[in-house]
Design a protein around this ligand. Structure first.
Ligand code: SAM
Length: 283
């Protein structure tokens, strides 16, 4: 029995329920309940809070979240084999854990959980970036989520928190930091997982700001930044040709040299450029 909740240790859960890891589902499990408790503490006090967990697997992080006092956890898991193990967790925390069998890219969490929601997940790597992009582009800001605490391959985590001037700086950094505080909260070696993945991992913690750091229309900013980094080695006067019209004047009005490359441009400058593009299309 485990000290945190009286449920069996995770190795035993995996054995009992035959949960041999499947590569196709990005299954690299965390079996150390001290570690999952540490991750569950990153968002701060969860007492009574609503939590969305994507990919609970055998339930290590889920158990950490519940033991930390989360009032309601909605866990979305694609692998039906995990459901009996998760039902045991639900029984140990009556009325606090709802498990949905399905694809997190298709389930509408808001139909099941009331905001504010803390999102905490050891994400399957193949859907992690897509989910993050969606969470960062909600219909309204501030978003329905109160924080995001997400495991990524270290290289992706570095891209989320990157500053201008380096290779890691790109669309993800701009999207994340334009209206969130983003930091790496924990780094984990491959051996922390069973089976160990090929690369190191890191947990990123994001908190939404009440308003963007600099005003811009989200769709325009996203389009401009996407275009700029799509051809990141080119000078902006070339990579942004698709904007049409006098691109050099637009860049100069935003305080950007037309000969600069995307990775030299700050988020403040991208926001100014997006405002210029939006203003031009209104005229
Ligand atoms: N949270 C568990 C842990 O920390 O040990 C498992 C993490 S494992 C990296 C990712 C989990 O996400 C697996 O259980 C996998 O079956 C599940 N998964 C993969 N793709 C999914 C998807 N599209 N929607 C929901 N769950 C998914």
């Amino acid at each position: 029995m485990s000290a945190i909740d009286g449920l069996p240790p995770l190795r035993e859960v995996i054995r009992t329920h035959g949960l041999a890891a499947k590569k196709s589902l990005g299954q690299n499990f965390l079996l150390d309940l001290n570690l999952t408790a540490r991750i569950a503490r990153i968002p701060g006090d969860l007492s009574g809070a609503s939590v969305l967990e994507v990919g609970p697997g055998p339930g290590g992080l889920t158990r950490g979240l519940l033991a930390e006092g989360a009032g309601r956890v909605l866990a979305i898991e694609k692998d039906a084999r995990c459901l009996p193990a998760l039902a045991e967790v639900a029984a140990a925390y009556p009325g606090r854990l709802e498990v949905i069998e399905g694809d997190a890219l298709e389930v509408d969490a808001l139909a099941h959980l009331a905001p504010p929601i803390h999102v905490v997940a050891n994400l399957p790597y193949n859907v992690g970036t897509e989910l993050l992009t969606r969470w960062l582009s909600p219909p309204e800001w501030p978003p329905y989520w109160a924080s995001l605490t997400l495991m990524f391959q270290q290289e992706v985590a570095e891209r989320i928190v990157a500053q201008p001037g380096g290779k890691a700086y790109g669309r993800l950094a701009v999207l994340a930091q334009w209206r969130c505080d983003a930091r790496i909260a924990l780094r984990l070696p491959p051996e922390a997982f069973t089976p160990p993945p090929k690369v190191s991992s890191a947990v990123v913690h994001l908190r939404p700001l009440p308003e963007p750091r600099w005003p811009a229309e989200p769709e325009v900013l996203s389009r401009v930044v996407g275009m700029a980094f799509n051809q990141r080695r080119k000078m902006l006067r070339a990579s942004l040709k698709g904007l049409g019209g006098d691109v050099e004047s637009l860049l100069e009005a935003a305080g950007i040299a037309p000969t600069d490359r995307a990775e030299q441009v700050s988020i403040e400058q991208f926001a100014a450029l997006a405002r210029g593009v939006a203003a031009r299309s209104r005229n």
